[in-house]
Ligand binder design. Structure first.
Ligand code: FES
Length: 71
């Protein structure tokens, strides 16, 4: 069970959330997914602030933590 990471994100900037679980730069894609069939999820935010990004990949609101890692 792994909890979320807190990161400062900038409004309107494109981010790529790792969906394969292989990235060494969790929770963002570092290209390690090549050849495994997964592709990163592109996302952006409307407001520049700190966000909690899911690392357990159980959130129903990916890439954001919804508390599912505690269940
Ligand atoms: S490294 Fe996991 S989706 Fe790219």
């Amino acid at each position: 069970m792994s909890g979320p990471i807190a990161v400062d994100l900038e409004a309107e900037k494109e981010y790529y959330y790792c969906t394969c679980g292989k990235s060494k730069g969790k929770a963002f894609c570092d290209g390690s997914h090549k050849g495994c069939g997964f592709t990163p999820m592109k996302f952006s935010v409307n407001e520049s602030k700190e966000y909690h990004i899911c690392t357990c990949q159980k959130s129903s609101n990916e890439p954001f933590c919804d508390g599912s890692h505690t269940k």
